[in-house]
Design a protein. Structure first.
Length: 462
């Protein structure tokens, strides 16, 4: 796995540099205090300390200002390309509705792959949902059991033994990537649909995903993932996040030809492309992001299909949420680090100059955004108007972002009542998991898959 360091040498060097910096800081503070109480008398030290303090203060304020400005500009760029994508999409769909009776319908053979490991709570409903699909020819549903130790296999054998389209393939535990690769190698379909075991799709989802492959340049399609178990504040917060990401970022990134994540829970891939570029790799925890980078670097097209709806079970407890997000953050860092040279030399300019910098900027925001809340409180108490206005602009920009996303997605606006609280609470959670993932990467720690506990609370009725 990328970042793993069993020797501990990397972390030793980082700790050494940190201790040196800490010692210099303590030495500076000590001399300042000693000078302040006239224990020693070196006026030059006070001057140096005051200059350093002023420099740090200016750097901090400049960082806050630059971060807000970049965030605001990024938001405007996202808005522009999102609405451009919406206009283009509308024209294409209107044209298709007029001309569809004059052309032969594009219907390639499809294989759905579901990798499973201990999914007894959810697997039955997921498979039944796929079997209700309106797409034909759906050649097969390959359920790849990755060494389950619960009743998953027995449930599949009992419920679907007489269904020719459902095929169970058993293997020793080797991780999600190996399960997906085995499924692709066994697949008869030209198009591969990947669905997570907790995900329920609409009857038209597969048809909408597959229709995009009529364009021979398209190698992958990202579906529209939604939260299916809005049960508490945490799942509601995740719902707001999913809606904002899918209805703004995914649309804009499609228009810019630089979608960086085709989610494994709801995606479609051209089998020939996967075979050509080398299947899913097992050296990151974000195998879908890693493959997406390779597809983009190979010059292929990736699109977003907003009509391909799926409803997945999101973490309902803080413990599960933190486990999932640390894995996601760590995996995306691994994928970006692995492809850093390819990204720098990539012919895809929007990937190189916008998508990846945007991704890194979001990480920087997660790492430092709690400071905005601290600054906001301090500025209110101290009456510092300029900093207060900057912080207020940050909050307003954030609200506008989510408001437009809900408007574009035609979602109910009620969840936005909680947006201010969601943003504050969520920021601290995301800051924690991002710091945890970053420190784990620096330490060279091995992070496992950390499978989530399924509740079976997905409320969508297929």
């Amino acid at each position: 796995m990328i970042f793993e360091d069993n020797t501990g040498k990397r972390w030793f060097k980082i700790k050494a540099l940190f201790l040196i910096g800490l010692m210099l800081l303590l030495a500076s503070l000590s001399t300042y205090v000693l000078n302040l109480y006239r224990i020693i008398d070196f006026p030059i030290i006070n001057v140096i300390n005051m200059h350093l303090f002023n420099v740090m203060k200016k750097l901090f304020i400049s960082y806050l200002f630059i971060t807000i400005i970049i965030g605001f500009l990024r938001m405007l760029i996202i808005f522009y390309f999102c609405f451009r994508q919406l206009r283009r999409q509308k024209i294409i769909r209107e044209h298709h509705s007029v001309t569809k009776n004059f052309f032969k319908l594009y219907r390639p053979s499809v294989t759905v792959i579901i990798p499973v490991f201990n999914e007894e709570v959810v697997i039955n409903r997921t498979i039944k949902g796929i079997l209700k699909t309106r797409y034909y020819p759906l050649v097969e549903i390959l359920v790849i059991d990755d060494g389950s130790t619960d009743q998953t296999v027995k449930i599949i054998e009992k419920e679907f033994a007489n269904n020719r389209r459902v095929k169970l393939i058993k293997k020793n535990n080797g991780g999600k990537s190996s399960a997906l690769n085995l499924g692709i190698q066994c697949a008869q379909g030209d198009i591969i649909i990947t669905i997570d075991a907790d995900t329920i799709i609409e009857k038209s989802t597969i048809a909408h995903l597959v229709s995009n492959f009529s364009d021979p340049r398209v190698a992958a399609v990202s579906g529209n993932c939604k939260v299916g178990n809005i049960k508490n504040q945490l799942t509601l917060w995740q719902h707001i996040e999913f809606v904002t990401s899918n209805n703004l970022d995914k649309r804009a990134f499609e228009e810019l030809s630089c979608i960086t994540v085709v989610p494994g829970s709801n995606s479609a891939w051209r089998k020939s492309v996967i075979e050509k570029i080398g299947y899913f790799h097992h050296d990151t925890l974000a195998e879908d992001t890693e493959l997406t980078f390779r597809v983009l670097n190979a010059g292929h097209k990736i699109v977003y299909e907003d009509r391909a709806l799926s409803y997945e079970e999101s973490p309902e407890t803080l413990k599960d949420f933190i486990k999932q997000r640390i894995r996601w953050s760590y995996g995306i860092l691994q994928a970006a680090w692995k492809h850093k040279k390819n990204i720098i030399t990539s012919s895809n300019k929007t990937l190189k100059y916008f998508a990846v910098p945007s991704l890194l900027f979001s990480y920087l925001l997660f790492l430092t955004s709690p400071l905005v809340d601290i600054i906001f409180i301090v500025s209110v108490l101290s009456g510092t108007t300029s900093i207060y206005l900057f912080a207020l602009l940050f909050y307003l920009t954030d609200f506008l972002n989510s408001f437009i996303a809900f408007k574009v997605g035609k979602e109910k606006m009620k969840p936005l009542i909680w947006l201010f609280i969601q943003r504050i609470g969520y920021r601290y959670l995301l800051a924690y998991v991002t710091w945890k993932a970053l420190i784990s990467a620096l330490r060279g720690e091995s992070i496992g898959w950390n499978k989530l506990n399924r509740s079976g609370n997905n409320e969508y009725k297929s």
